[in-house]
Design a protein. Structure first.
Length: 310
């Protein structure tokens, strides 16, 4: 069947159309996305602004027309940290449901981690042994580890690249004092959960998903996305450490000129590399392999698994 997945993230809202059925990998057929930056529309005590709500509704209306044109039979919609943390999130989603008929599921942070873990497990298979999966989003960092399709531990921390950029940096590039303060904060937050994750056993295969990690791997020399999903892409700790020192001293424009970095994502890459560097260091990882599947694919796979007759 042809399905649509509507991903309402902190930075980007994305409709992915895929051809999928049980026992086969979901094959992307069409993609439509926009950088709405909903997290930047949270004002007055984490209230999603009327403008943010209008932009979101407009995108969903457009996405539904596109899905219909592309022959989509079913649209699955989910939202992550920006909507989850909005104090008027339920009211906004109720209004969207009335206006568009779309029922948006709000995922908790641990649910994000578990679904992303499922996607990574299906991509790499059982031969990967114990997986450690890391995902840096706009609003949160997800960490999951396990031997099965469901992780033994799934953690979500408020360490998204967009969130930290807004909360900690005041200039372009950020002053060294602010970078040091963020580094200390990030390492303290991650340090609190390292023991909980590590007590389940050391990972046989450490994997990263998300735009932040893909950009960092590309900057460090990994193959461009145009070479396809099956090319093996890795990010070494040594390469990341070197770029962690450089990226925080660069301007937005200088980062945007690097391979694989978009203009829209360049401002938050400095905070993203601080989180990535701390995570690899505190979990003592020499390298990460980049997985092309992440949360959206996990949502699709879980839906296929629970369909009647599965």
């Amino acid at each position: 069947m042809r399905v649509g997945v509507l991903d309402i993230g902190s930075n980007t809202v994305h409709l992915l159309v895929v051809d999928a059925h049980r026992g086969a990998q979901p094959l992307p057929a069409f993609s439509h996305k926009a950088e709405l930056r909903l997290a930047e529309h949270l004002h007055d005590g984490n209230t999603l602004s009327p403008d943010g709500e209008r932009r979101l509704r407009k995108f969903i209306e457009d996405a539904l027309r596109i899905a219909e044109d592309k022959g989509v039979e079913d649209v699955m919609a989910f939202a992550t940290s920006a909507v989850r943390e909005a104090v008027n999130g339920e009211k906004v989603l109720s209004g969207l449901r009335s206006a568009t008929g779309v029922d948006v599921q709000v995922l908790s942070g641990p649910e994000e981690a578990r679904l992303t873990f499922l996607a990574v497990r299906r991509w790499f298979g059982w031969s990967s042994g114990r997986l450690l999966v890391l995902d840096i989003g706009g609003g949160s960092l997800e960490i999951a580890s396990g031997m099965e399709e469901a992780p033994d531990v799934a953690v979500s921390l408020p360490l998204g690249a967009g969130r930290l950029t807004r909360q900690w940096f005041t200039a372009d590039p950020p002053p060294p004092k602010e970078v040091r303060a963020l580094r200390k904060h990030v390492r303290a937050e991650i340090g609190r959960v390292v023991g909980d994750v590590a007590r389940h056993g050391r990972a046989d295969h450490a994997v990263a998903t998300s735009k932040t990690f893909r950009q960092l791997a590309r900057i460090a020399g990994a193959a461009p996305s145009g070479e396809g999903a099956y090319v093996r892409r890795t990010l070494s700790r040594d390469d990341l450490s070197r770029w962690a020192e450089r990226l925080v001293t660069m301007t937005h424009a200088e980062r945007a000129a690097l391979p694989g970095v978009s203009t829209g994502r360049a401002p938050q890459l400095a905070a993203g590399v601080v989180v990535a560097d701390a995570t690899m260091d505190l979990f003592d990882l020499s390298s990460l392999e980049i997985c092309p599947w992440a949360l959206r694919e996990g949502v699709i796979l879980r839906r296929l698994d629970t369909m009647p007759g599965a």
